[in-house]
Design a binder for this molecule. Structure first.
Ligand SMILES: [Zn+2]
Length: 204
């Protein structure tokens, strides 16, 4: 095998050739860990399974830079807070390539445009399905809604557990990382408090 790194242009490759190339590298990692797929039946096909899984959990990378989420005219003239809370999500830490997962809470106060409620979980998923930072994920969801809907304000809160924190390094099982991103009127304490109060109801 050639020692020089192979320069791949992923977007020029077919799905099948990407799968094969990733599987070959995963197989190499397995062998470098001292494992022998020839003698352990459980490792048979692990290289391809991992490659397939990467292509699935990182599928957001193929979908482009912006999600295709359509907005509608706010014909009801609804001007109070819209909240979609406790949205489960799974993502992958860009630093360690292990999962972080938890819940997102998204709130906005409409202006002229609104978005279907089922689109908010899809939006979170779109940005989660790629190697990510929780901080960036939070900001990307808020920025998209801010740019797309031009609402009075947006706030996104994400609470997540990071396996890179729980399984390795400082090993703090159960530690929760909380991030928030704020746009527009959510900079006012009263607006923020309304959202946070509505979020906290789930504990009562
Ligand atoms: Zn990490």
């Amino acid at each position: 095998m050639n020692d020089a790194p192979v320069k791949l242009e992923p977007r020029d490759l077919t799905e099948e050739s990407r799968l094969n190339a990733i599987a070959a590298h995963v197989g190499e990692i397995i062998r470098l860990l001292g494992l022998d797929p020839a003698t352990d039946i459980n490792l048979e096909g692990t290289d391809r399974r991992v490659a397939k899984m990467y292509l699935e959990i990182f599928s957001g990378l193929n979908e482009g830079l912006r999600p295709e989420i359509t907005s509608f005219a706010n014909e009801e003239r609804y001007t109070s807070m819209v909240i979609e809370r406790d949205i489960p999500f799974y993502s992958t830490c860009v630093h360690h390539f292990v999962p972080f997962h938890g819940h997102g809470h998204i709130a906005y106060i409409p202006n002229g445009k609104i978005v279907g409620l089922s689109k908010l979980p899809r939006l979170l998923d779109f940005y989660a399905r790629r190697p990510q930072l929780q901080e960036r994920l939070t900001e990307q969801v808020a920025s998209f809604l801010d740019e797309e809907l031009k609402p009075k304000g947006v706030m996104v809160v994400i609470e997540a557990r990071h396996l890179c924190v729980e399984m390795r390094g400082v090993k703090k099982p159960g530690a929760l990382t909380v991030t928030s991103a704020i746009r527009g009127v959510f900079q006012e304490k009263a607006v923020r408090d309304e959202f946070l109060t509505l979020l906290n109801r789930r504990n009562q």
